[in-house]
Design a protein around this ligand. Structure first.
Ligand code: ATP
Length: 306
């Protein structure tokens, strides 16, 4: 595996409080990596360390082949990453274009390179309609596009995004998310993401779940679903009493809410077998696939096995 990020035994101590407790993981170059965890799990602390903004207490970190060394300014790492935090860093008084070009100049890009890169980010983030507007006049979604464009102007190899779509309406969230996915796919950029929206995690190549500073689960979304979520079937019977009798006779565990009986199934095929057996008793049914939401809730409630 060609790793964009390698983390070994990373620890962060704030006074007495150990926020990150010896975590190790690596992120494949060109992949979409999702970092999950409840509030206070240590996600921001980890991201800030990887982005050279916060000192680690111990452990080793390699970003794009460069070892993080807090005795110097880690200029190579900084040049090779782009970062979008929840709070914007753009100047409210400048236009979108001015903000982005200004940022590009701080990387020492030549005029030609800057123009080329601007065209590149503008295409992906659809800046045409907002580039001449002052940042303070933009809507939340437009600001987010500009924030991401600013983080990409030097064409970094890794883009770090800390909850990039939080607070956006569903349509804008989808737009921003599409742009991120397209960029990752077409440019082989590594994307390191934290999010609270589980549907976004479904397309990640790898997911890590952090709880109280430790990794409690990791794998592909499919593997996590297999381990921590299950499919279920909702049944409505013609007569509840007959349905209950049938479930009990067949030793099928169930829960019931307002006449809807929920049973766990191993697969869609298993659901079909049950349906065939109980067909005369059933008025309606629905097979419900396990989701990443279930995965997250399960791990948060019970912990996982890393
Ligand atoms: N500067 C600090 N000083 C002391 N404790 C801190 C500091 N920053 C964070 N913490 C604590 O470290 C733990 C991890 O915080 P962190 O912000 O990394 O979590 P998070 O997973 O990003 O949470 P959220 O989803 O709420 O952003 C929390 O218990 C937090 O209170």
């Amino acid at each position: 595996m060609n790793s964009a990020i390698q983390v070994e035994n990373l620890c962060k101590q704030y006074g007495e409080h150990q926020a990150v407790k010896g975590i190790s993981f690596s992120v494949e170059q060109g992949s979409l990596f999702a970092f999950l965890g409840a509030n206070g799990a240590g996600k921001s602390t980890t991201i800030e360390i990887l982005c050279t903004l916060l000192k680690k207490s111990s452990g080793t970190v390699k970003i794009n082949g460069y070892t993080l060394d807090e005795s110097n300014d880690n200029a190579e790492i900084r040049k090779s990453i782009g970062v979008v935090f929840q709070q914007s860093l753009l100047d409210e008084r400048l236009t979108v274009r001015e903000n982005i070009l200004h940022r590009g100049k701080t990387y020492g890009l030549s005029k030609t390179q800057l123009a080329e890169n601007y065209q590149f980010v503008s295409t992906y983030l659809h800046l045409d309609d907002i580039e001449k507007r002052k940042y303070r006049t933009l809507s939340g979604g437009q600001k987010r596009r500009a924030d991401i464009a600013r983080a990409l102007i030097h064409r970094p190899k890794i883009l770090f995004l800390d909850e990039p779509t939080t607070g956006l309406d569903p349509q804008t969230r989808q737009f921003v998310w599409q742009a991120i996915k397209q960029l990752q796919l077409e440019t082989n950029m590594t994307v390191f993401l934290t999010t609270h929206y589980m549907e976004e995690v479904t397309v990640a190549h790898q997911v890590i779940v952090l709880k109280e500073g430790e990794i409690v689960a990791e794998g592909t979304p499919d593997a996590l679903k297999t381990n921590y979520a299950y499919d279920s079937m909702a049944l409505v019977f013609h007569h509840n009493s007959e349905g209950i009798k049938w479930l009990e006779e067949n030793n099928i565990s169930y829960t019931e809410k307002q006449g809807i009986f929920s049973v766990r199934v191993e697969s869609t095929l298993h659901a079909l077998t049950l349906l065939k057996k109980a067909e005369p008793l059933i008025a309606s049914f629905e097979v419900i696939k396990g989701t990443m939401d279930d995965v997250f809730l399960h791990i948060m409630a019970e912990g996982g096995a890393a």
